[in-house]
Write a protein that binds this ligand. Sequence first.
Ligand code: FAD
Length: 570
Amino acid sequence: MADYQPDVQDALFLLQQVAGAGTTLRALPAFAELDEALTEQLLTEAGKFVAEVVAPLQQVGDRVGAQWKNGKVTMPPGFRDAYQAFWQAGWPALAAAPEDGGQGLPCVLEAMLYDWLSAANHGWTMAPGLLHGAYECIKHHASQALKEEYLSKVATGQWLATMCLTEPHAGSDLGLAATKAVPQADGSYALSGTKIFISGGEHDLTDNIVHLVLARLPDAPPGPKGLSLFLCPKFYPDGSRSAAHCERIEEKMGLHGSPTCVMRFDAAKAWIVGEPGKGLNAMFIMMNSARLHVAMQGMGLLDAAWQKAHAYSLERRQMRAPGGAKAAGQADLIAEHPAVRRILDTQRAWIDGGRILAYRTALELDLAHHHGDAQRRAAANRWCSLITPVLKSAWSEQGFAGASACLQVFGGHGYVSEWGVEQIVRDARVAMIYEGTNEIQAIDLLVRKVLSDGGQALGALLDELEPGLSEAGRSRSEQLRQITQSLVQASRQDAALPYAVADDYLRAVALVLMDWGWAQIAAAPGGQSPRWQQPALALHRHVLPEFGMRLAIMQERCRELQGSAPTVAA
Ligand SMILES: Cc1cc2nc3c(=O)[nH]c(=O)nc-3n(C[C@H](O)[C@H](O)[C@H](O)COP(=O)(O)OP(=O)(O)OC[C@H]3O[C@@H](n4cnc5c(N)ncnc54)[C@H](O)[C@@H]3O)c2cc1C
């Protein structure tokens, strides 16, 4: 079956006609020269690279996978050449600053590129995917000496980078991390400890690897405030090898093209990045864009599964469809069966609705970085802070659930490897876990960002969305306001309650946002064509009704607190 092919025209329609990127970006001096023709040319070139170089390596990445031997990792055939071509063409540096060797283009184009790359080959894309956070960390927090040695190499992707946070007993709770950093007489530090699940901890894609490692100084207090960030390369500037070793790589469900490494640091020489005890702060700078990238993985992988399922539904014939065109005894295409159509249109609603929200969020990131007016930057930051956990969680979940629904379109043929859809289901699963699990995202949204100010920021966001919503959409938005207030009250009586319904709350917000995204599509010139109408119908018939269920779950929990809901007999 054909490899993933980005649909550049669809993407341009969503970016230009629906999200109005041209107007937003041209108002920022940094992007004043980025016109629609240049954007189209760039995305066309990106689409070609993805389809011609990265997508054909999807299956070999899964079947051969990364191989570990004596501390070295060999990547699947073709991976190194594709990566070398990728960085030399300037793709990793798309949004990096020109003074660091980048192209100074907007985050939104970078986000679109990563959507397509993940769709084409999630395993391969894990390698450059970590560069951008590392670049931001080094740019904003490293010393001048470290920047001179590492910044442009990481900005351009000539050297790849890792994020070494997780330890065997410290996952979501990084405050438990125990890796030690002991100060040395020459101003460096000796890092000792074990990090697990480190993506790209060792490989042969680039000649050097830059590890960013969370560790604890000897006098550091326990907990997250005691963590500092350190930079430890695989090779030092004099060519000597550091004591950062890859002990093994994990056998795992999917993502075989990405080595997930156990890294041992044996008093490895490293340098501090940022201030002592401010390691997590140094990483927060890249949180919104990193989580947005994971959301793009969900959308991209769902689109990849959808493309396969859609193509198959136009080849496979089984039984007569109700009202189908064929005479008795002949079979219709499965695409004509309403049950199959429903699957395809529903997933399309999630993909396109997600993309419009993600593009808008990436544009807000650009505004947050470059707008001249502090109030506008604050509004952009508010948007990103509220919407990013929703995008990460809801679309990584849909990437997996929706890819599984697309597998269903193949019947038994989806369950066997030949068609490539089962790989997508396996690969997609991890996005619900890393970069902050989806449970942590939901708590971040409800507890830290919504309840903490009594629902004000959420209220301001809904004020912004409501003029673009239909009457039914405004009614859902109003119900969201009401349940937010009920949860503010309930949390005073039972502090644990919001944690139990955070996932329902996040889904409810995601559905209001999807409705808004689709209303934007419908209002754009061309947004009423059958291409967009079919998934819009599916959204209203099969997706938005979930809002009522989520609301009912939350209302029930609030009523239980007041003693007015029936309790279940033991
Ligand atoms: C393929 C892969 C690649 C990865 N790449 C990297 C990498 O490059 N660098 C890196 O540092 N790490 C990486 N990770 C690690 C990943 O970030 C962690 O797995 C993740 O943070 C969760 O930690 P954990 O696995 O220890 O699960 P735990 O934190 O033990 O969580 C177990 C369960 O408990 C839930 N839970 C935990 N705490 C709470 C809470 N407070 N409230 C509600 N629920 C909670 C979680 O949501 C989860 O369901 C990777 C993991 C995988 C699988």
